[in-house]
Structures are given as structure tokens and as C-alpha cells.
Design a protein around this ligand. Structure first.
Ligand SMILES: [Zn+2]
Ligand SMILES: [Zn+2]
Length: 314
């Protein structure tokens, strides 16, 4: 059975070809990178005690043993403040002082501190008058683009609005104009009603495997309120850290130590839109696109979102 599905938030077109999951395939030996054992590595620039390798902290949270999270300028930035046409800054946010930490083994407090850092750096960078957008993302394992093992996220501020954000904003605005209802409210209500794809439904967030996405296995965490990311309160952050903790421990049980990307889509500067809700995309990097996808901009999926959601629900 073949079916075409459209991703509600960005209009990506996905061809659902369920029977393709049955096609014969060589077994892919998972090439997950080796486990790192020690909490401290003397050569790692992001380890606690090795601060001299990196520029001074822009932000840190400390406990009696020293800092637990810190943010510092990226030594190899994507953008800098020296050009007029593409202006911005780029920081590395160290998720935890533990060299052997990662999203699969971090506890709720570690996620909480990391998210407080995300919010602080975001609020700070979006204030720059030349900045239009601030992107927070994370690459986990080399296959997902990570160049250093120590757990870290990145934040980039830029003087333009990225096309993917423009597109999602445009679609949510058009939806409002046509329906006089908010797209994200409708998606959230429909997902809750249909239940099948819901991984977790909490007071402030809905975690789902979207009905249609070009990335097989993608998970989205939708903010139920349309607040700006910098206006999230500590209770929001607390609830989100609990979700990340549970989600990633369940993902580990199913997929092991697998590569992924995670990024937050938030409002550009000066866009006070009720029709757009902040959300987080979590993209597993198990599959890569073939010539059909690269050559057409059409995507193929063969696994029902419900089957994925069932395995990681909490
Ligand atoms: Zn380290
Ligand atoms: Zn998005």
C-alpha cells in the first residue's frame, strides 16, 4: 500500500510505502562509537579542570565541586561579529562536567541545569539588535556531526531568519488566516485524541512521533503554550528535563547508544506570534537519504509512527 502524507508543520511530502520495510537488506552492523569510561579526560578541552583550553565562561552553574555546566565561545565559529552581511556569535554549551555523560545517562538535575543554560544563553544572544534568530542544537556522535566526545550543545545567533523557520512560520500563519484556529493547538488536540503517536502527554508539553516526517523515527516535543523560549519559567524547564530524562532512557533501551541531532525551533526576534509554538525536533541518524530523496525533495518512509511511539511511551 502506498500513501502520500504531508508534514503539517513544514509541508514536507512523504511517500508512505509500508511494504518496503520488508525488502531484503544486508544487516547493518551498528557502528556506534566505543563507550567512554572515565568521568575526566586530561586531554579534553571541555572537562572540568581543563578550562585553560577554552575562552572564559559566558555562563556557568556551580556546586561545591566546581562548575556543572558552562558555556564558552566556539573556537571555530560558523559566524562571528566581524561581517556586516552575516553577523552573529557561536558558543559551545557543555551539557555536563562529566566526560562520560550523554543524553542517555544524564539525570534529571543535569538536564535541568543544561536547560537553564540554554535559556540563559538564548535570552542573552537574542537581545543583540543585529540578531534575528538564535538556534540551539546538538549533534551526538560522529555520524550526527559531533567532532568532540565530551557532551555539548551549541548555540548560534544570526542576523537572518533561517529558511526552515520562515517556512514553518508562514505555514502556521496561513493556517490561522484560513481556519481562524491555531495550527499547533489543532495538532496537539488531534494527537491527544488519536493517542496512537503520543509518547508522553504532560501539563505543558506533548511528545509525539509525528504522523508524517521526512526523518523516520523523528520525535517532536511541542510546547502547549505559544510562549517565547526565553519566557519559559523554571517549572517549564523542570517538566522538560523530566521528559528528556525519560525519553532518552527509553530510546537507549530500544536503540542503544545511537547518533541523533536535536534542535529547538523558536520564534525569531520581534515576531510575537500566537500561531507558532516553540518545539523541539529530535532526529535519529540511523537512516540516510538516497538518490531519490536528494534528487526529488520527496521522502520515503516505511515505518508507521505508532510502531515507534509504542516502544518508547512513558
Ligand atoms: Zn571531557
Ligand atoms: Zn520545526
Amino acid at each position: 500500500m502506498k500513501e502520500i502524507r504531508i508534514d503539517d508543520i513544514n509541508n514536507d511530502i512523504v511517500i508512505f510505502a509500508k511494504d518496503r520495510a520488508k525488502r531484503p537488506m544486508d544487516k547493518v552492523i551498528s557502528e556506534n562509537e566505543e563507550e567512554i569510561i572515565d568521568e575526566y579526560n586530561k586531554d579534553c578541552p571541555f572537562c572540568r579542570g581543563n578550562e585553560h583550553y577554552t575562552p572564559e565562561s559566558r555562563f556557568k552553574i556551580e556546586d561545591e565541586n566546581g562548575w556543572t555546566v558552562r558555556s564558552t565561545d566556539n573556537k571555530f565559529p560558523i559566524v562571528d561579529k566581524f561581517q556586516e552581511n552575516i553577523y552573529g556569535s557561536h558558543e559551545v554549551m557543555i551539557d555536563t562536567y562529566r566526560h562520560n555523560g550523554n543524553f542517555y545517562n544524564m539525570n534529571e538535575d543535569e538536564f535541568y541545569n543544561m536547560l537553564l543554560m540554554y535559556r540563559d544563553r538564548y535570552s542573552n544572544l537574542i537581545k543583540d539588535e543585529k540578531v534575528q534568530y538564535v538556534s540551539i542544537f546538538k549533534n551526538y556522535l560522529r555520524k550526527a556531526g559531533a567532532s568532540l566526545n565530551h557532551p555539548h550543545s551549541q548555540i548560534v545567533s544570526i542576523s537572518i531568519i533561517p529558511p526552515d523557520i520562515e517556512r514553518e512560520l508562514y505555514i502556521s500563519k496561513q493556517y490561522y488566516i484560513e481556519n481562524k484556529r491555531y495550527l499547533y493547538d489543532d495538532i496537539i488536540n488531534e494527537e491527544i485524541r488519536e493517542k496512537d503517536r503520543v509518547i508522553n502527554n504532560s501539563e505543558r508539553f506533548l511528545t509525539v512521533v509525528p504522523r508524517s516526517t521526512k526523518y523516520t523515527g523523528e520525535i517532536r516535543i511541542l510546547f502547549k503554550k505559544s510562549i517565547r523560549f526565553e519566557n519559559t519559567c523554571n517549572e517549564d524547564i523542570k517538566e522538560l528535563s523530566k521528559i528528556l530524562k525519560n525519553l532518552f532512557s527509553n530510546l537507549f533501551k530500544v536503540n542503544g547508544n545511537s547518533p541523533f541531532n536535536i534542535f529547538i525551533h523558536s520564534h525569531p526576534k520581534n515576531i510575537k506570534s500566537d500561531y507558532f509554538n516553540v518545539h523541539i525536533h529530535i532526529i535519529p541518524r540511523q537512516h540516510s537519504f538516497g538518490g531519490f530523496e536528494l534528487g526529488t525533495g520527496l521522502y520515503v518512509s516505511s515505518i508507521e509512527p505508532k510502531e515507534i511511539a509504542d516502544k518508547i511511551k512513558f
